[in-house]
Design a protein around this ligand. Sequence first.
Ligand code: AGP
Length: 372
Amino acid sequence: SAAEKGGYDYFMLKEIAEQPKAVADTLLGRIDAAGLLTLDEVRIPVHELREIDKVVIVACGTAFHAGLIAKYAIEHWTRIPCEVELASEFRYRDPILGARSLVIAISQSGETMDTLMALRHAREQGSKVLAICNTNGSTIPRESDAVLYTHAGPEVAVASTKAFLTQLVACYLVALYLGQVRGTKWGDEIQAVIRDLSQISGEVERVLETMEPVRELARSVASKNTVLFLGRHVGYPVALEGALKLKELAYMHAEGFAAGELKHGPIALIEEGMPVVVVVPSPRGRSVLHDKIVSNIQEIRARGAMTIVIAEEGDETVVPYADHLIRIPATPTLLQPLVATVPLQVFACELATARGNEVDQPRNLAKSVTVE
Ligand code: AGP
């Protein structure tokens, strides 16, 4: 009913709007007054966390994209090698696991069969399993050694939005916590990032306030056949997520690429007027990445692409090459997906509407996939 949707036309719009609160709720009570993480709910003893020699993340769909981003954070802040694998592929590969492997299963519903089978396989090999889940008491957390709940509240729309942002927050918390208990050389940076993270919900709110041009842009490309998404570093999984949202909601051909891979094939796809969304990393921090992506934008534009550029406020170098420019607040590089994903969600939702599709219930899809 309209009341359930809180005055919004679709659950998806309501859930996009709820993201600042979902992010804040997922952080609530997990950072103490001294700026340290208190993840007591992760009932894996600290001495065992110190002994972990490998992290393996298993998930499907949007949750898998959260896992891809988590890998950058975990490897950077903990120096523990981290693999991310589609849950549906994982156990058939006979993965190398042991008692010192930490397997993280990410799932909004906690009922996804592929993810459940992957975690069962990991436990059979003697690995510890930590679930990151949004649904209290669901099967995946019940079968795990520990659980970190995301506090997004119930997500009704089939396309995942607020659950994704809270999965990212939970992944950052796990990465920072592992860094904290293991005492890596990134101590000061970890402290600074914890402070930035506690401010991030306000930044997500600011992004939501500036989405009208994104909706307009979506309507103007509604008759196109293909949209490509490019990113580097954590912007690459963001590109994959933008493309997945478009497939499931707009039923358009959409693909995400690592921008550096363009020249190895995908650049042949570029045609006159084809919309290409580019997620630009911050010019501060890893500036090499920024410069490389600016040349990628020039390359595709020279071949006729319509460039839709998502870039940090104050980044002026992209202006001459952006047919459309979407601004996001400055954040530390690793946290950028929390703000960069939001315009892509709004874009896909508006495209679905413009193309006359059912936003909350896309064809052929179920909210939780309980078959293998
Ligand atoms: C995303 O928009 C999806 N509908 C889908 O990819 C989803 O993220 C995936 O099926 C995993 O679901 P889960 O988080 O409930 O395990």
